[in-house]
Design a binder for this molecule. Structure first.
Ligand SMILES: Nc1ncnc2c1ncn2[C@@H]1O[C@H](COP(=O)(O)OP(=O)(O)OP(=O)(O)O)[C@@H](O)[C@H]1O
Ligand SMILES: [Mg+2]
Length: 409
């Protein structure tokens, strides 16, 4: 797919801007703080309803105004679709599809993007929450229905957490704790949680070969990347968890370790079984959960483990290796979306690639490799403060961004 027209009103620094875009490479060039990222961020926002820079929508609305509007015309093959999103700080977004009011969840998945940004380094170096978000956003792009499951899980988790906290306080005062309500929450948390666990496990299995291949390409064969899903239910149930070293072993020990992971993943793909296991685990953990006042098992405690050869990437990988890993995760996402043909928008699930300020972060060799890998994509939007940072092989349309004015160079 590609975006042919983009119009913003009161989005970030823009009062109004209208742009005609083309398939292929488009670079937005200009000095710091001129509004380059704001432009591409608006396109990315249409795909996930989140920004790669801020958690709250308020920052997306131009200061002093009540709401922002992002409008885009996108093409899936020959088929045009008009997407409109009104962002009102602190309120639910209002969406329109082809000028008719639509539920926001029907708009999810219409615009698909994969964003590469300096913040991606956190995928490797940051907390598990960053990696969970990575998996969940990709899962929702592939299966928009899961957006509902995800917010349901968050809601139940918050309410159950509050209940556990007050139960803990009551118990410390020597009072009575009503456990029947908790049973209801356990069942709800398990049902939504198991769906997320299964979806993420499935995604990790799909991504795995792509991550390995992309890392190999970006790093010029300097190391083998492997990703694994670590589910807290497996930790609680004491399912064997082979180390990166065991998994990387080329001999019989490695075969045993990999077969173990295979069996563990097969088990996580069975949503019913995971639901049961979660309910049972919460039963066993109940006293501890009340004592701690927190939900101790479920997808909010899971992680995506990144290994490089026989070592975990986190805490061991060099700066350059971490960058290559982050790029490999994004490139793999692109490949998975491109290959996906389940979207209602036809077989053209190829996402728009957004490279926000990444070339400045990479050495020449990685720059060239990344450029080579994205050059063939249907649409690539790039931002750069220094024009020469964009590799020559990515010649395409250039816009200059200066004081909020976007002009074709
Ligand atoms: N909600 C908002 N209202 C008004 N101005 C905003 C809002 N959000 C951001 N800005 C302003 O937008 C400007 C441009 O931001 P942007 O991140 O797009 O710059 P950039 O061109 O990508 O710069 P850099 O090269 O440093 O990445 C900033 O000066 C910022 O203060
Ligand atoms: Mg920027």
């Amino acid at each position: 797919m590609y975006v042919s027209d983009l119009a913003l009103n009161d989005f970030r620094s823009y009062r109004e801007v209208v742009l005609a875009l083309e398939p292929g490479v488009t670079a937005f060039v200009g000095q710091n703080g001129q509004g380059k990222t704001n432009l591409v961020e608006s396109v990315a926002y249409l795909s996930t309803f989140t920004s790669h820079r801020v958690a709250a929508d308020a920052a997306l609305v131009r200061q002093g105004t009540g709401g922002a509007v992002v409008r885009a015309k996108v093409f899936h093959g020959e088929r045009p679709t008009l997407v409109e999103l009104e962002i009102v700080a602190g309120k639910a977004n209002r969406a329109r599809l082809n000028r008719a009011p639509a539920r926001t969840r029907d708009v999810l998945g219409v615009v698909r993007t994969v964003v590469f940004a300096p913040e991606d380094l956190e995928l490797v170096k940051g907390d598990p929450g960053v990696r969970r978000r990575f998996l969940d956003e990709l899962t929702v792009l592939l299966t928009p229905r899961l957006a509902g499951v995800r917010s349901e899980y968050d809601k139940v988790q918050r309410q159950r957490g509050a209940l556990l906290k007050s139960a803990g306080a009551a118990r410390r005062r020597g009072g009575r704790v009503d456990l029947t309500t908790l049973d209801v929450w356990d069942a709800q948390l398990a049902r939504a949680g198991a769906q997320l666990v299964t979806a993420r496990t499935k995604l990790v299995r799909t991504l795995r070969p792509h991550v390995a291949a992309a890392y190999e390409q970006v790093s010029a064969g300097q190391g083998t990347a492997r990703i694994d899903y670590r589910a807290s239910i497996d930790v609680v149930d004491e399912v064997p968890d082979p180390t990166a070293e065991e998994l990387a072993d080329g001999g019989a020990a490695g075969d045993v370790a990999r077969a173990g992971v295979e069996a563990r993943e097969e088990a996580l793909l069975d949503t019913e079984a995971v639901t049961t296991r979660l309910v049972e685990a919460m039963g066993r953990l109940r006293d501890r959960e009340i004592e701690r006042g927190a939900n101790l098992v479920g997808p909010h405690r899971d992680d995506l483990v990144l290994s490089l050869g026989s070592l975990p990437a986190k805490g061991y990988a060099s700066h350059g290796e971490s960058w290559s890993y982050a790029l490999a995760l994004r490139l793999a996402s692109y490949e998975v979306l491109r290959a996906d043909d389940t979207s209602p928008w036809g077989r053209d699930g190829e996402p728009v690639l957004i490279l926000d300020d990444v070339f400045a972060e990479l050495d020449t060799r990685r720059r060239e490799r990344l450029a080579g890998m994205v050059a063939g994509a249907q649409q690539v939007l790039i931002t750069a403060a220094v024009p020469d940072d964009v590799p020559a092989s990515l010649a395409g349309v250039r816009f200059t961004v200066h004081q909020g004015q976007v002009t074709r160079a």
